[in-house]
Design a protein around this ligand. Structure first.
Ligand SMILES: C[S@@+](CC[C@H](N)C(=O)[O-])C[C@H]1O[C@@H](n2cnc3c(N)ncnc32)[C@H](O)[C@@H]1O
Length: 273
């Protein structure tokens, strides 16, 4: 859709580790936008953004909403998106910055872009380096080898999902696993036991799983702690922990499909034009 309004939104990611994981294009928008609106929890990254932005609006205080009776996380995210939109409506070039990739497990940017476009503004998202990118590099796992399933831990718990234990499984936000209220920022051993019980439908209880935390500054090492699936309820889960579950079984050939493919006539060669 051709933009009809003055005012523009660009959502960028800062990467997981500020030094070196920000793309030159994202940096240039941060420096040149009229205003940077950001939800970046790392205080060093925040300070850096504040120093190079022309104007800076921090969205982190909005999380206090979650303490208000009757509000859930979705209300907070909508309020953050509305703040971004107000700046766009004022005719500004707005750079909304999020850590990691701005569109991966980051619904605010998707909401804001959809709303901005619906009102006739130009709105786009630039990719950033996500936690998943870092874990591929740190753990040395290639999603192409077995295939990869990636979903939010509570979503995995409360919906009927068909998990393939011959592929890698990544569960995001295990630190709030099983929170149905969408208000809390923690979980309990009992809820994690429910998660383990559900995973045990497809994986042995002594299957090794990895608690992964990408380094968020150049002096840190990533956390890559292997535990047994059965021990998850007593594990230390932080806000930045991602649960990585390697394949439990080797890939198995689908003989029927292979026979079907072998029975097909050879495809005719395309004639040279
Ligand atoms: C709201 S999501 C944000 C994801 C982020 N937009 C990205 O691109 O990676 C928060 C979840 O991302 C994962 N995460 C955030 N920081 C991480 C880190 N340093 N290492 C590993 N996973 C992380 C955790 O699963 C966490 O619960």
């Amino acid at each position: 859709m051709t933009p009809t309004q003055h005012g523009k939104l660009v959502c960028v990611g800062t990467g997981m580790r500020m030094a070196g994981q920000l793309t030159p294009l994202a940096r240039s928008y941060i420096e040149t936008a009229d205003v940077v609106v950001a939800a970046v929890p790392n205080r060093f990254a925040r300070k850096w953004l504040q120093d190079i932005a022309k104007q800076y609006i921090c969205l982190l205080d909005y999380y206090a909403d979650c303490d208000i009776e009757g509000k859930d996380r979705l209300d907070t995210y909508q309020r953050m998106s509305a703040t971004i939109l107000d700046e766009v409506r004022a005719g500004k070039t707005v750079c909304a910055a999020f850590y990691g990739h701005p569109g991966i497990f980051a619904c605010i940017s998707h909401m804001a872009i959809e709303a901005a476009r619906a009102e006739g503004f130009s709105a786009e998202m630039l990719p950033g380096i996500s936690a998943e990118d870092c874990l591929v590099a740190d753990l040395g796992v290639d999603p192409g080898r077995t295939g990869m399933q990636s979903m939010e831990a509570t979503q995995f718990m409360i919906f009927e999902r068909r998990i393939d234990p011959t592929a890698l499984l990544i569960l995001w936000q295990p630190y709030i696993a099983g929170d149905l209220s969408r208000k809390r920022f923690d979980t309990t051993a009992a809820r994690l036991q429910v998660l383990v019980d559900k995973l045990a439908r497809d994986y042995p209880l002594d299957h090794p799983v990895i608690l992964y935390e990408a380094a968020t500054n150049p002096l840190e090492e990533p956390r890559m702690e292997t535990i047994l699936l059965r021990d998850l309820p007593s594990a230390v889960l932080n806000g930045i922990t991602t649960l990585v579950i390697p394949a439990a079984y080797p890939l198995k050939l689908d003989e029927a499909i292979i026979a079907q493919l072998q029975a097909l006539p050879e495809a005719p060669l395309l004639e040279a034009v």
